[in-house]
Design a protein around this ligand. Structure first.
Ligand code: SF4
Length: 275
């Protein structure tokens, strides 16, 4: 506030409080300061609020964040790297996992996760397993398919005469939905870029989708897992087999037979004799 206005305000306060006689005061003449000539190029920055700290409310900040464009180029840049050898693929997957670790696209999931659960296994795997989303155990450990469902999956892998370390395992989502709810369509869409990049880098011959969420999202299907299972589908160059999620088998042990039938389809195509 300039000194002239300050004096006027002071005098108004005094007179409004009942004081009728005040000594005459010589108000200082306002001084006009000529603006300093600035370079033409800086004129854009010198708006009415330039140089001032603008405080933004939490609501405004949230609105700004929502408007912030999603950074697409980090994944594209990684995919441009050489991916001819297993080591190169592993290096690029590692770089991608670092991008994912900082991902904030799904505001709720990014705010509640302990950590992102990117994926594990061989970067050169012939078979990729895709699940739904991390649960509480996965969120805590940082790996997909741990806990009781993971232990059951390990037994299925062993029965198929496969080794977990030879597979690549990931999910539709890389962050845990609170309360283990199903992924929202927008969340699956947000995370799809990372799944596609993992598939592009690993280049599996086979993909096994565990559960309805994985199958429907990967294949862009609306049919239930009961209708999708039992035959090979196709995603790009990979043969895709869909079957029940191990968590479902824990609740419905009678469905284990169907999963075993599906695994036999996979083994037959791989040339493995069921024991
Ligand atoms: S679920 Fe995927 S897209 Fe959403 S915040 Fe996590 S990493 Fe990002």
């Amino acid at each position: 506030m300039d000194s002239t206005r300050a004096w006027r305000q002071f005098l108004q306060t005094v007179t409004s409080s009942g004081i009728t006689h005040v000594p005459s005061v010589q108000l200082p003449k306002p001084v006009t300061v000529k603006p300093t000539q600035t370079k033409k190029s800086s004129s854009h920055a010198a708006g009415p609020r330039a140089g001032k700290t603008v405080l933004r409310s939490p609501i405004e900040l949230e609105r700004d964040q929502a408007k912030e464009p999603v950074k697409q180029d980090a994944t594209a840049e990684i995919l441009n790297g050489p991916a001819d050898t297993p080591q190169q693929k592993a290096d690029l997957l590692c770089q991608l996992s670092e991008v994912v670790a900082g991902c904030q696209r799904c505001t709720e999931l990014a705010g509640t996760r302990t950590q992102t659960v990117f994926g594990v296994g061989s970067a050169d795997a012939q078979i990729m397993f895709v699940g739904e989303a991390p649960g509480a155990d996965e969120d805590r450990v940082g790996e997909p398919f741990v806990g009781r469902a993971g232990q059951l999956l390990d037994r299925i892998i062993e029965a198929c005469q496969l080794r977990r370390e030879d597979l690549y395992i990931c999910n539709i989502l890389r962050c845990r939905p609170p309360g283990n709810r199903n992924p929202l369509p927008q969340e699956a869409a947000n995370c799809r870029e990372y799944l596609d990049a993992q598939i592009q880098l690993v280049k599996p011959e086979y993909i096994v989708c565990w559960g309805t969420v994985a199958a429907q999202n990967l294949l862009g299907e609306k049919r239930t897992i009961g209708r999708l299972r039992g035959i090979f589908h196709r995603h790009q160059t990979a043969k895709v087999l869909c079957t029940y999620h191990p968590s479902y088998l824990l609740r419905n042990p009678s469905a284990k037979k169907d999963v075993w039938d599906d695994m036999k389809i996979l083994m037959k195509d791989l040339g493995i004799e069921p024991s």
